[in-house]
Design a protein around this ligand. Structure first.
Ligand code: UDP
Ligand code: MG
Length: 310
């Protein structure tokens, strides 16, 4: 008998929880030979999310709650859930808002039973539009180019990790976490299962656009040194250009060719342009420095307030 655990971070998901519970129960009932459990990580919700999950845990022993002491963010909540899934043979990671349909879980499990240790749920279609959509596309393209650990476009949290992959993942203690990248980093045989991404069943996305941008930057800075190298290259190119221009003026001076001393516009443009490049360079350094600072503080990624159902 296989033990399969779902890890579901939840933040203010009161409106979707009843339907989520119902659909999970249906999935569990459809494969009674499996020992199912669902770990909900309450990420400091301000509504009745924790109460609903506790009530469900009291009714159904398969449902468990890890209650965090405040809102730590989606990635930290996911990390907390994976750390509590030690007993499972495989862990399914998914969002609570039913954008990741629970009905796909049996397919993920089937792919795992065929030998894959990491199963990715790949979106055939995406409901997001406009700025969000453009942002996702841009990020995926940039990420593929910048890092050595390509993350498959159109994959997110949704997927399955076999026990060895979960154990490997739990050893990664970094503070700025980017789950899809870390999942690519741990390796193991991968498989893919396709699905159509749904609209959020109810409620508002807790991941604001600003958070998504920060998440995207975390992904890039945590998995690539290329931004630093780009600063170096830009510096080399501007220094080379400066040298060439300097040489040009010296030679012209030596040949005795003098022209009127204007060039104010050129100077202003150059000063501002170079100043700008330097500030960007410092900014890139700062991104890494801030991350190093967060790492050396060695604070835990989350604090657990209470657990029920364990
Ligand atoms: N979530 C969380 N903490 C947060 C924000 C979101 O645990 O601070 C959960 C949320 O309840 C959901 C999942 O993370 O289960 C994904 O969030 P959301 O649907 O808002 O993100 P999106 O679908 O826009 O990526
Ligand atoms: Mg969502």
């Amino acid at each position: 008998m296989h033990r399969i655990t779902l890890v579901i971070p939840v933040f203010n998901e009161e409106p979707v929880l009843p339907e989520l519970f119902r659909r999970l129960e249906t999935v569990f009932a459809s494969a009674p030979e499996t020992e199912w459990s669902a770990i909900f990580v309450n990420d400091g919700s301000r509504d009745r999310t924790a109460a609903l999950i506790s009530a469900q845990a009291a009714r159904q022993p398969a449902f468990k709650l890890v209650d965090l002491s405040r809102n730590f963010g989606h990635q930290a909540a996911l990390t907390a859930g994976l750390a509590h899934a030690g007993e499972a043979d495989a862990v399914v990671t998914m969002d609570a808002d039913l954008q990741d349909p629970p009905e796909l879980i049996p397919e993920l499990v089937a792919a795992w039973k065929q030998g894959a240790q990491v199963v990715l749920a790949v979106r055939r279609s995406r409901q997001d539009t406009g700025l969000r959509r453009a942002g996702f596309d841009l990020f995926h393209r940039a990420f593929q180019r910048l890092t050595d650990f390509p993350v498959k476009a159109n994959t997110g949290t949704f997927g399955l990790l076999g026990r060895p992959a979960v154990e490997a993942f739990n050893q990664l203690s970094e503070k700025h976490r980017f789950f899809p990248g870390m999942r690519a980093w741990v390796g193991f045989p991968h498989a893919e299962v396709f699905y159509d991404r749904q609209e959020r069943a109810a409620g508002e996305p807790g991941q604001t656009f600003r958070r998504l941008v920060r998440y995207a930057l975390d992904g890039i800075f945590s998995f690539s040194h290329l931004p630093l190298r780009l600063v170096t290259y830009t510096g080399l190119i501007t220094a080379g250009l400066g040298f060439a221009i300097g040489l040009f003026f010296i030679v012209r001076r030596l040949l005795g060719i003098e022209i009127a001393q204007t060039g104010f516009t050129t100077l202003v443009t150059l000063v501002l342009f170079l100043g700008g490049i330097q500030l960007v360079g410092i900014g890139v350094l700062g991104e890494y420095l801030g991350r190093i600072y967060d790492e050396v503080k060695r604070r835990p990624n989350y604090i657990v307030k209470s657990r029920s159902g364990f």
